[in-house]
Ligand binder design. Structure first.
Ligand code: 2AL
Length: 246
């Protein structure tokens, strides 16, 4: 099977790291195609960034449909464009926050999300709420770490994240940790080894969920809300997104 993992930001060092971590958990017969859109923000840490990441992300889904992709992972913790992606895709589409929160709810009683900048905490809470995960979410915490610092070799990002995870376990009454950024994917094993509780990386969680959905031949329902969008002309800079009659 072929799974396309879309890092909706355009920082390719992060995309390559995400691809490597997905390949490390995928079955031998699974091909992981990891991409970033050709346009969009270099990191996603605001609603503005998220909105502007979505057109490029949707273009990658549309291309994936032509390339025969079986399922998709949206590898950003805000799960940007998830429902629109599901409208375009025949196969399943899973967001990393969605995957990580659901898996955390199965291995612990309550989880803490440890994310990057404090301003992204509202979106994490919003997602917990709309996914029905609020009652499993003890807290959302931030390290005040800009996403791109995760890509800087000399940064103390790892130590700051570990510190926040320890405070979460001490103060939140949680018993597992959800990592709140795709750029933390390579830190999961290290952090889990230090904390002795389940640490859930959404990239790995979503990859395994998509593999399962594809193996079970569970595709996105095309009856009702998630049906392919209507043929429609788009204008101006979005002209290339016009949908022809199928
Ligand atoms: C993210 C993420 O996963 N990728 C990105 O650019 N921003 N999420 C976050 N909370 O910072």
């Amino acid at each position: 099977m072929r799974i396309k993992i879309i890092n909706p930001n355009t920082t390719w060092s992060m995309t390559e790291k995400i691809g490597a971590c997905a390949r490390a958990v995928a079955q031998p017969g699974t091909e992981i195609v990891a991409v970033s859109p050709a346009m969009g923000p270099v990191s996603i840490e605001s609603h503005y960034d998220e909105a502007l990441a979505v057109p490029g992300l949707l273009r990658e889904i549309a291309a994936g449909e032509r390339e025969g992709i079986d399922g998709y992972v949206i590898a950003c913790f805000g799960d940007p464009g998830l429902k629109a992606a599901r409208e375009l895709a025949r196969g399943p589409v899973v967001g990393i926050a969605e995957a990580a929160m659901h898996m955390a709810s199965m291995v612990g009683s309550r989880f803490s999300v440890v994310t990057t900048l404090g301003r992204t905490m509202g979106q994490a809470w919003h997602l917990a709420e709309i996914y029905g995960m609020e009652r499993f979410c003890a807290n959302v915490r931030a390290c005040e770490l800009p996403v791109l610092e995760l890509e800087e070799p000399g940064s103390n990002a790892r130590e700051r994240i570990v510190g926040e995870c320890r405070r979460a376990l001490d103060e939140d009454g949680s018993d597992c940790i959800v990592l709140g950024c795709a750029g933390m994917t390579d830190l999961c094993e290290h952090i889990a080894g230090l904390l002795n509780v389940p640490v859930i990386d959404g990239v790995a969680a979503a990859t395994k969920l998509i593999e399962s959905l594809v193996a079970l031949k569970l595709q996105t329902s095309k009856r009702g809300e998630l049906a392919h969008p209507l043929p429609k002309r788009m204008t101006g800079a979005l002209e290339g997104f016009t949908l022809a009659a199928r």
